[in-house]
Design a protein around this ligand. Structure first.
Ligand code: GLU
Length: 411
């Protein structure tokens, strides 16, 4: 065991020289080889140590007692249900250390302004990186939302950004009716960095959770300025950049609103219903297949094996190589429901223009208009989990939760 611990004043020797400062605790997002140091000048640095020497043991080990003010009867109650990711961490402003936010107190301390917006109820459902998300966790989140919808006026779900939009789509389909806004929020830069977006995103998400929205939304930075966030429909949004704070964009549609000091819906949106209805079943036997030139038919066939459904991300208007057609025909004959979305993301699938498209359509492939491929994948799982085959085929190209530009896809 190391003879130094967070809180100790240490001297660290590195290849780049000697540093002195207070050792900070690391979080699950920290590189294992790096130690975090709060330097005498107040800056935090992450450095790879050759040797660490304790100059002074840390004295203050006592946990600072945090408290939230008594509930304000004039404010609505908002539930924050943490699932993990960078946003679920908060900075301890005394030490600069990053901790997972576990309680209402943690959130209230991380973003003190939210205390002026709402009475906060908070808990972690789980604490994972969103690349580890699974359909069974979507169902867990959905049950937590249903429970919380009976106790609060709005729900905020802090979530890792990588797969946040899959979760948003899954929740959109699982809740045909919502009596509360459900707002997913993340951050691209952790809250220990000066450029962090966590603060504005979380505060904006709480503001949206107080509105009369009755659908699932994603709230993230609108631009690279730290002033306003966009409110995206849960079935229309995609992460379009690896690191920019304004990485989230509504595709094939405009965001439904903007939130800064003020909240403004700029597009039509679904208003709160008087009940929350949860239809949580999902059939996980669905593939999402990205076609590429040179993809062997055998690879495609293997991805369909044992599946009840598949979404193909085809090229352009919705194509795969013409020698895939017999394999597609066979799968459809065996009862696999196959939908076609486009790798282009922008624009509509149209299987009526080129011969390959027409052949795929004749083979039974269902064109999915401008539906995002990931949204189509989650939708097909949800449909297969709750409807019979004929209904699934009928509903897949219909607009159920704003996932399409028009009411239904032109066949
Ligand atoms: N890959 C992590 C996730 O999506 C990064 C942290 C974050 O984006 O919040 O959870």
């Amino acid at each position: 065991m190391a003879d130094y611990e967070p809180g100790d004043y240490v001297e660290v020797q590195t290849k780049k020289g000697v540093f002195r400062g207070v050792l900070l605790p690391t979080s699950q997002f920290s590189d294992r080889n790096v130690v975090l140091l709060k330097l005498d000048n107040g800056y935090n640095v992450g450095i790879v140590p050759d040797q660490i020497r304790v100059l002074r043991k840390g004295t203050q080990k006592k946990k600072i007692k945090k408290s939230v003010p008594a509930p304000n009867p004039n404010l609505p109650t908002v539930s924050i249900l943490g699932t993990g990711g960078t946003i679920a961490s908060y900075v301890d402003y005394r030490t600069g250390a990053v901790h997972p936010a576990l309680s209402a107190e943690d959130f209230a301390y991380a973003v003190p302004e939210i205390r002026n917006e709402a009475n906060i109820r908070a808990r972690l459902i789980f604490n994972i990186l969103s690349e580890d998300m699974k359909p069974e966790y979507w169902i867990k989140i959905a049950h937590a939302i249903k429970e919380e919808s009976e106790r609060s006026e709005g729900i905020v779900i802090p979530h890792g950004t990588d797969t946040m939009t899959y979760t948003a789509a899954a929740l959109s389909f699982m809740f045909p009716k919502l009596s509360v806004p459900v707002v997913l929020v993340g951050s691209q830069r952790s809250s220990d960095r000066p450029s962090s977006d966590a603060y504005i995103n979380l505060l904006s998400a709480v503001r949206v959770a107080k509105s009369d929205l009755g659908e699932v939304a994603v709230v993230m930075h609108a631009t690279s300025n730290d002033d306003v966030c966009h409110i995206h429909r849960g079935t229309r949004v995609r992460k379009m950049h690896t690191s920019r704070r304004d990485a989230f964009k509504s595709i094939n549609s405009a965001p439904i609103g903007v939130v800064g000091e003020e909240l403004k819906f700029t597009e039509e949106y679904v208003k709160k219903s008087d009940e929350t209805v949860l239809v949580p079943s999902l059939d996980e036997k669905v593939s999402l297949i990205y076609y590429y030139p040179g993809m062997p038919v055998s690879v495609f066939e293997r991805m369909l094996e044992g599946m009840h459904g598949a979404i193909i991300m085809g090229t352009g208007l919705g194509h795969v190589a013409s020698d895939f057609v017999p394999a597609v025909k066979k799968a459809v004959k065996d009862g696999v429901i196959i939908g076609m979305a486009s790798q282009c993301l922008y624009g509509q699938v149209n299987l009526n223009v080129y011969s390959t498209g027409r052949e795929l359509k004749n083979a039974g492939v269902i064109p999915l208009g401008d539906m995002l491929p990931e949204v189509a994948y989650v939708k097909l799982m949800w449909l297969l989990g709750n409807y019979d085959e004929e209904e699934v085929k009928r509903l897949l190209p219909e607009n159920l939760r704003g996932e399409l530009a028009s009411r239904r896809v032109l066949q």
